[in-house]
Design a protein around this ligand. Structure first.
Ligand code: NDP
Length: 330
């Protein structure tokens, strides 16, 4: 069994030395357990704040802990007839090639229902996040201007497409011309602004002539401040992520508090893990939209568990193009 553990609490940008790869014996399933071989691992931004020894919604990792993560895996040995060999499950094995599950710690998936990695993206946690934050919290109305940051990413790409389905004008923000082109041409946003461009703030103003009614916020930092200068009266913000600050040694001080007050903005912060009951309905609706061709998505798949740290570091710097996964079996 190959495992990737956190070697120490990182400071600032991650380095190879923050991780350690270890080989251990394959675990043996006890009564009620099954041994699984991990097929795909989801790499998610939340794993970075978990590496910091700070108060959070979840217990931080300690040096020597296995890196956490949701996985798609195949049962290769079993003691439970309800988890037969060959069945495919979604479970939380973290950054390792094998692990043990019980029927209470995993969910069997039907491989014929769609491509397996989708269970870790649009038909999994990131899809549920997009659906919940937008529809349950920010509640856009037809005709609203909705701005989505990290728009080409796993959550952002789905948020914007749902907002289009709901009749909104949707403006994405992403890093670089290739991602912006994808957001408009493939995902169908009305516009996408490159925050790395020298004309970012002017471009954002031009794309939001009626100001911003809903912000789905994934990024924080100066990008958030730029959007706050365009925020409308009584706007709603779904505060989903803060990725620009996850590696920051000196947190960026938001200047736009003034606009939150003057424009009487409501901010909804949320963590989707707390709303498990919401997932099945949201995922069923996303599956319908996917089947009807109303939702497109893309994945960025690294090969091999050894490459998980590199892919994770790259994602935190915008190196991913679509939902970041690891093909653990490769
Ligand atoms: P993505 O697929 O969007 O990948 C992360 C993206 O963030 C990168 O591709 C990059 O896009 C962007 N990014 C990285 N650094 C910066 C920066 N300094 N400034 C601006 N953009 C940056 O990841 P996810 O869709 O999985 O996650 C998106 C956000 O949603 C994260 O903040 C995450 O923490 C949050 N999240 C929150 C959940 C919740 O329950 N609240 C659940 C799931 C995710 P680009 O190249 O365009 O810069």
């Amino acid at each position: 069994n190959t495992q990737v553990k956190m070697r120490r609490h990182p400071v600032g940008d991650l380095t190879d030395d923050d991780f350690v790869v270890e080989e251990t014996a394959l675990p043996v399933p006890a009564a009620g357990q099954a041994l699984v071989k991990v097929l795909y691992l989801s790499l998610d931004p939340y794993m970075r704040p978990m590496m910091d020894p700070l108060r959070s919604y979840i217990e931080p990792l300690k040096p020597g802990d296995l890196m956490p993560g949701t996985t798609v895996a195949e049962v290769i040995e079993t003691t439970d007839p309800e988890l037969p060999v060959g069945s495919v499950v979604v479970c939380s094995m973290g950054w390792q090639t094998h692990g043990l599950v019980t029927k209470d710690t995993c969910r069997i998936v039907d491989p014929s229902a769609g491509p397996l990695p989708a269970a870790l993206s649009v038909l999994g946690m990131t899809g549920a996040t997009a659906h919940y934050g937008l529809l349950e919290l920010a509640k856009p109305k037809p005709g609203d201007t909705v701005v989505v940051t990290a728009a080409s990413g796993a959550v952002g790409g789905v948020v914007g497409q749902i907002a289009k389905i709901k009749g909104c004008r949707v403006v994405g923000i992403a890093g670089g011309p290739a991602k912006c082109r994808y957001v408009v041409d493939e995902l169908g946003f009305d516009a996408c602004i490159d925050y790395k461009s020298d004309t970012f703030e002017q471009d954002l103003a031009a794309a939001t002539p009626d100001y911003v009614d809903v912000l789905f916020e994934n990024v924080g930092g100066p990008v958030l401040d730029a959007v706050l200068t365009r925020i409308n009266d009584h706007a709603r913000i779904a505060l989903c992520g803060n990725i620009s600050q996850y590696n920051a040694e000196e947190p960026y001080g938001i200047k736009g508090l003034r606009h939150l007050l003057m424009q009487r903005v409501t901010v909804y912060s949320f963590v989707i893990a707390e709303h498990r009951e919401y997932w099945p309905g949201a995922i069923a609706e996303l599956a319908d939209w996917l089947g009807e061709g109303k939702i497109a998505y893309r994945e960025d798949i690294a090969d091999g568990i050894h490459n998980a740290p590199k892919a994770f570091r790259s994602m935190l710097a915008g190196g991913n193009f679509g939902k970041q996964l690891v093909n653990v079996g490769a």
